[in-house]
Design a protein around this ligand. Structure first.
Ligand code: MF3
Ligand code: CO
Ligand code: CO
Length: 255
């Protein structure tokens, strides 16, 4: 079932999202060679709790897995998603995708951003930029009267035109009183398919983009997803609301 959110519910979701926007803005200043992903996770958990929210991923149970143990997913280099924070030390030239969710006032926010560690090479920089741009191409299609698949079509077209590949196994999703609601929001596909988008729908759009093959595999810890060819992957995500006019991003910083 797809629930349309009231203006009041959207304000509550914007509050949940602002906490995450502020967190990512702050955490960007901590990402340097030498820091561990666990240190970033501890910072993020304290930050979210200090804003009277809860980390949405901690304890999250999926169809395949027991409770996720951390606040962040800290996916480095060839990790696509769901890398558990650890003693892993970030080094110059890495990229790290930080995915984070909050629960505040009964509503969820979900966002992700890929950061460079120190100095990254030009091709890696292009991957990160194209992935972020692809998210905005998708958001731009999230308009009343468009079809659901117009989002994924815009993302795929843009990414492939630039020589990169769209991960197929993981998708965006509806979001609200649950972290993952209907509908599934694909990052690829034909245009003008699926339901018509309506004002009040809240969705998380989250392209995961690879330099090489789009194929991925799950590592032995049961969580971390990596590219099959070991090449780099980037990930950006925003929670947004479809309106009568422009789509609105709910996971922006306070200012
Ligand atoms: N990456 C997922 C999303 O953005 C959520 C991760 S849940 C976790 O929708 F438990 F794996 F962390
Ligand atoms: Co996310
Ligand atoms: Co998500």
């Amino acid at each position: 079932m797809i629930t349309l959110k009231s203006p009041h519910e959207i304000e509550l979701m914007r509050e949940a999202g602002k906490i995450l926007g502020d967190l990512l803005k702050t955490i960007g200043g901590l990402i340097k060679p030498g820091i561990t992903t666990l240190e970033l996770d501890e910072f993020a958990e304290d930050f979210i709790l200090s804003r009277n929210a809860k980390p949405a991923f901690k304890g999250y149970v999926s169809a395949f897995n027991k409770g996720y143990p951390a606040t962040l997913c800290t996916s480095v280099n060839e990790s696509v998603v769901h890398e558990i924070p650890s003693q892993r030390v970030l080094k110059d030239g890495d990229i790290i995708s930080i995915d984070v969710g909050s629960l505040y006032n009964g509503y969820y926010g979900d966002t992700a951003y890929t950061f460079p560690v120190g100095k990254i090479d030009a091709h890696t920089q292009k991957l990160v930029q194209i992935t972020q741009d692809a998210l905005y191409k998708g958001i731009n299609q999230a308009r009343k009267g468009n079809h659901l698949s117009d989002i994924g079509h815009a993302i795929q077209t843009y990414v492939e035109k630039n020589g990169f590949a769209v991960v197929r196994e993981f998708t965006g999703h509806g979001i609200g009183t649950q972290l993952h609601e209907e509908p599934v929001v694909l990052n690829f596909g034909s245009p003008h398919r699926g339901m018509k988008l309506e004002s009040g729908m809240t969705i998380a759009i989250e392209p995961m983009i690879n330099i090489g093959t789009w194929k991925v595999k799950t590592s032995s810890d049961g969580w971390k997803v990596v590219t099959r060819d070991g090449k780099l992957s980037a990930h950006f995500e925003h929670t947004i609301v479809i309106t009568d006019s422009e789509p609105q991003i709910l996971t922006l910083p306070s200012q």
